[in-house]
Design a protein around this ligand. Structure first.
Ligand SMILES: [Zn+2]
Length: 259
């Protein structure tokens, strides 16, 4: 009898330990797995769909917008106003010209880079401190987080680092990203939603993010046009991530001491 009792005792302890560990894992997962949705280059075709899904799903997101697009895209000013009116959406600065997509040339003139970012503040109606993302550069400059773009070489960094510092000093919090939902030249998403979610799961298991447990996901507004099933894709992404226990974070609370 004594043998049976101690066996039951062991089984009971084992079950209890399993329950406790599972409870810890569930408790940890929600707090330690936060995704920051970020959308670049708007207003563009696709922006309307992004805003509509964000509003329907009630999730926070950052929209890093381009001043020139506000002025030149049909309904650009309306889309900007719509985004700014949404409490969970942070409209950020993504420069005025987007470097005309010639990044090496753009970052060869520090004064012009700072002036271009300040010009976009005027067009976007933003006042310091401004949440921002430099065009073409995955650089962080926040009060408590600083990180370089590992895709450029040291010689290029030596030509550009002063630009990053002086832009930050001019009243900007600069955000890079941890992972990208990639698109082709015409804006079509490369990964399917399922594939992307697999990649995200994998990265949270093994990846190292700029901030532990926090992934900044880069996307572009143009990926969400009707021709690419933009609304359906974005809605599927958000709903599936939510079902899998991820939390969605507000970029304004990404790092301590942000505005
Ligand atoms: Zn961009």
């Amino acid at each position: 009898m004594g043998g049976l009792n101690s066996l039951w005792n062991a089984v009971f302890r084992w079950l209890l330990a399993g329950f406790f560990l599972t409870a810890c894992a569930i408790g940890a997962s929600a707090a330690d797995r936060t995704i920051y949705l970020t959308f670049d280059d708007g207003p563009l075709p696709g922006t309307k769909n992004v805003l509509s899904v964000l509003s329907k799903e009630n999730v926070p997101a950052a929209m890093f917008m381009v001043g020139l697009h506000v002025e030149t895209i049909p309904a650009g000013r309306d889309l900007l106003a719509e985004a700014k009116a949404m409490p969970l959406v942070t409209v950020g600065n993504h420069s005025y010209t987007h470097a005309n997509n010639r990044y090496r040339q753009y970052y060869s003139n520090t004064q012009a880079v700072v002036a271009d970012m300040l010009h976009a503040n005027q067009v976007l109606g933003l006042t310091p401190m401004v949440n921002a993302r430099l065009p073409g550069r995955d650089v962080f400059r926040l009060p408590t987080v600083s990180r370089e773009d590992l895709s450029i070489n040291v010689a290029q960094w030596e030509r550009e680092w002063l630009d990053y510092e002086l832009v930050a000093e001019a009243g900007f919090y600069l955000y890079g990203w941890d992972f990208e939902w990639v698109h082709s030249n015409d804006g079509k998403p490369v990964q399917s939603v399922d594939h992307l979610i697999n990649e995200i799961d994998h990265l949270f298991q093994y990846g190292r993010f700029t901030q532990p447990g926090k992934m900044i996901l880069l996307m572009h507004d143009e990926m969400f046009q009707d021709q690419f099933n933009g609304q359906e894709n974005l809605q599927a992404l958000i709903r599936t991530l939510r079902q899998r226990g991820y939390a969605f974070g507000d970029i304004r609370t990404y790092a301590p001491s942000n505005p």
